[in-house]
Structures are given as structure tokens and as C-alpha cells.
Design a binder for this molecule. Sequence first.
Ligand code: AMP
Length: 592
Amino acid sequence: MDGQNALGTSIVVKMFPLPFFLHFVLEEGMLEVDCPCVTPEVVLKASGHVDKFTDLMVKDEKTGNCYRADHLLKDFCKDKLEKDQTLSPEQAEEYNKILAILDDLSAEQLGAKIKEYGIVAPDTKNPLSDPYPFNLMFQTSIGPSGLSPGYMRPETAQGIFVNFKDLYYYNGNKLPFAAAQIGQAFRNEISPRQGLLRVREFTLAEIEHFVDPEDKSHPKFGDVSDLEFLMFPREDQMAGRSATRLKLGNAVSEGTVNNETLGYFIGRVYLFLTQLGIDKDRLRFRQHLPNEMAHYAADCWDAEIECSYGWIECVGIADRSAYDLRAHSDKSGEKLEAHEKFAEPREVEKLVITPSKKELGLAFKGNQRMVLEALEAMGETEALDMKATLESKGEVEFKVCTLGKDVTIKKSMVSINIEKKKEHQRKFTPSVIEPSFGIGRIIYCLFEHCFYQRPGKAEDEQLNVFGFPPLVAPIKCTVFPLVKLEKFEVVAKKISKALTAAGISHIIDMTGNTIGKRYARTDELGVPLAITVDNTTSVTVRDRDSKDQIRVEVDEVASVVKEVMDGQSTWADIMWRYPTHTASAAEDEAEP
Ligand code: AMP
């Protein structure tokens, strides 16, 4: 769908799933699912995507070219701040404020600012339309009749929600539990741009952690509560302040972060991203502004990473309350609930609404069912108000939405009571905490954060290095025979076999180029370790970043590489155990 995405996807396949699996799926004992990309309309209607998954768009009034309204306003403000030397402090303050609250602006507010600043179509300078919502889903139809509408999924999460019942059963009908899914998502972006950062088909990794809404504590919160990192609460954004370093434990206990489970996942995402190689000083957690957050969400934080395009939202971590499961339950009639069995039966007070079918039938005839359903659907406060009015006045006016009018309810038509009941279990709709990872974005930022240059031998020469940590490096190790000699090639092949058996991705370079050239190439690919076969019994192992070299027996070398790649030992640990290698052509990085 997008040329760049093919590249993104192939890199992602190698770099992302294993660390994600180890850090989240294995650590938390999560379930994993793989749901279809083509999704029936009914699912996305229930989730609200058909009606509300929109971005605000403006059109060039003459050519019809489309632009994202918030992007135009953002570019305008940034441009002014960076290039306009005549800007007064008040104007600069205003543009900074707009940038801080951009995601919070409604269609009307965006349109008003576009008009006020005289923003026109960037390509033609023609006037622009008012902003209007554009649905981002790709529509299709399922099956040959064309009668069954569907969409390419805009996120993977809905597949997990509709399968909740089976997943809950599979987990022994116990909460909390989580299910994870890595897969493609499709969004018909108005203006895809910035390489992997905004594309129309991209890889998402999503976790849905289901939890009791009455107990959002997390048994492992203590493991992350001492972490301290850049956080950007909404009050600080609205006041034009910068992100500050906060201790996660304090952010939760002071109520900045809504609950422990959400805090736990924020902490785990911080550890994950920094272990991948993201620079902790260019990573912040920004809380959603009031309008930016979905109305049903309890709290939401984005992990944003700074790169050459600015601060980019890479992971969204939201407490979506019980919205999704309730929405699917309501639409399908299938109860997506959890239950808690009590050790002892509990006496509870319950509201019991008992409409009289006979009286309602006499009074409302064909509309009887609608009135009855509306009475049964009343919340506790509304029902108790009705009871009080019926007792004092004998009748009450009652709005029935499905009829679109008020009807008069008489005392004989309904009985409303609070009754004491013994309950053996509690049924409830679980809340869900959702970390959602945009993998292409993380990988792109990782490329920038891991890239560095160092001087080569030649004057002014700079050599490129990708300093990927072993965990994410797509190629873990290279094997070079020092010179083109059969006896070295035999050893290189033997080592390659041992590496394959140990599950280490590697390449053999038999090109016979100078060793300096081969090291430079392997550094450019971000390969952490290089093995140079310069002897038939022992070989040289060279670390990419320090360029240190050690000598290791041929039979041991694969297990040494594996130790470092699995994170059981660091290169520094290994350096203690093996003799440093000096003075041979193998460390001569002279002429790349
Ligand atoms: P959202 O459901 O909108 O919060 O998106 C979840 C994650 O998907 C975001 O945090 C981004 O990292 C990523 N993402 C969203 N839209 C795109 C896109 N068009 N291209 C690449 N990644 C995206």
C-alpha cells in the first residue's frame, strides 16, 4: 500500500517480535491471538469506528486537494516560531500555546484559527474549506454478493474484544489477564508523510489487559515504582510548562496517573523502549488533554520519542474503562462479562423494577414493549426519583427515547423497590488497560537514536555505525576468514553451523576485502560482534562499539556470542574471561 512500508515491515519482522514477546508476553503470561485484518462492519459499528474514527480535513476550494487541518495549523505555528524574526513575545506565546493544545481543538476552533491566521492551501495558495471529519477506514465488502460490508481493521484490538469470552475461559475464568496481538493495521491517512511515521498500512502490537474495575492495583507495581523519567501531565501542557522528571510511584500515589495498573504498564513501556536502545532523555510520557482523550477513557498517556521530526507518539497507553466490552455486548447481545465467586454469600441491596405488563398494555397498546424496556433500563437515581414522585403524586411524566416522547406513568404500572438479596457471585464488565505500539515509529526513532559516526583512518573520514543493542540487532554476528585460505573457510563454516544451532542470526563474509572494510560494513549494519578467523584453533571476537578484541577457542565461540546476545553476560563480563587480542591483522581497522 505504501512503498516505504514494505521496507518497514521487513525490518520490523526481525527486530521487534522477540523483544516484545520476552518483555511483555512471557513476563506477564499473556495470551496471544492472531485475528483477521478484514473485519465485518458490525464489529466496527459497535466499537464506534464507523461513526467516529475520523480526522479533520480541509479541502483546497479550487483543486479539491485534501489536507489534515491540524497539520496545517501546526506547520504554520512552527514556521512562524522558527523563521519570523519580527514576532512579538505575545505572538510567540500564542503560537506555542496552540502547539501545546493542538490535539485538544474542536473542528470549529481549528477552522477559526485557520481563518484568523489566513492559512491557505500549501501547494496552490488557494482558500481552504472549513474542517470536516473524514473517516480513516478502508471499506470493502465480504463475499461475492457485495451485501456484507467490511473494513480493513484500523487497529488490532477489536479482534481481542470480540474474542473476550473464549480468552477469559482459556484463562480459567480469572482476572486479571492480558491478550496480545501483533499485526497489520490500515488507515486511509489524509496526508501520509515522514517515511515510516505516518503510513497507510503499518504494524501494530497491542495488549489488552483486562482488570476488575473495582481493583486496579497491580501486584508488580513495586518493580517499577522507583523509576524516574520525563512525564508531561496535562496541567503542565495547558500551562505551557515543559515535561519534568517524575517518580512513577509518586505520579500514581498523587493521582497524576489514574491507577497502579496503568502506571505499571507505563513503567514497563519505559523499560522496554530504553532496553531496545531508545535514549531515555529523548523519551517522555505525555498525558492526553481533556478533548483528546476518548470520553469513556479513565486516563491516557502517550510514550513520545524525540527524533528529527520532533516529538512523535509511538505508544499509546490507555485505561479504556469497560467501554469496548460493553459496546460489543450491547450490539451482539452476548454478555462479555467476568464474575467473582464469593467465599461466603453476601447480602446486597438491589434495585428491583417490576413493570406491570397488563397495566402498560391497557394504557399503551402497541407501544407497550418500548415503555416497558425504558422502565427496566432506568438507572438507580432515576428509578428512586420516579418512586418518590409516584408515591407523592400518583403519576409521573417519563421520557421514552425509542418513542421520541414523554408518557404518563401511573403508580399501578410499575413497582420500584430496594430489596435485600443474597448473592453468591458478582458479575461485572472488566476494564481494559491498553498499551498500543506503533512498531514502524519505534523502529524509525531507534534508527536515529542508535546511529553515530566515528573517525576513520583517512583524514576527514567519518564511519557510520548503528549501535543496536544485541537484543534488537537484526544480524547478531558476522564471520570473516581473515584471508582467502581454505583452512580458514572450513573453520568459518564450522562456526556458522554452531551459530545456527544456537539460534544466532549471522552472515559469513568470504569476500576477501580488507578486514578494515569488512568491519566498517558490519558496523554500518549494526552487527554487535564480529568473528575473524585468523587461526584454525582460536579466533578473534571484536565488539562493535568499543572495537575491543578477545581470543576465543573455535569450539567455544558460538556459546560466547549467545551469552552476550541473550543478555546473560555483557561484553565487559566476557572481556574479563578471555585474553585481549592484540597485534595481528585482525584488529587492523586501517583502510576501510
Ligand atoms: P492510536 O490507536 O491512534 O493511538 O495508534 C496506536 C499507535 O499506532 C500510535 O501510538 C502510533 O505509534 C501508531 N500509528 C498510528 N497511526 C499510524 C500511521 N498512520 N502510521 C504509522 N504508525 C501509526
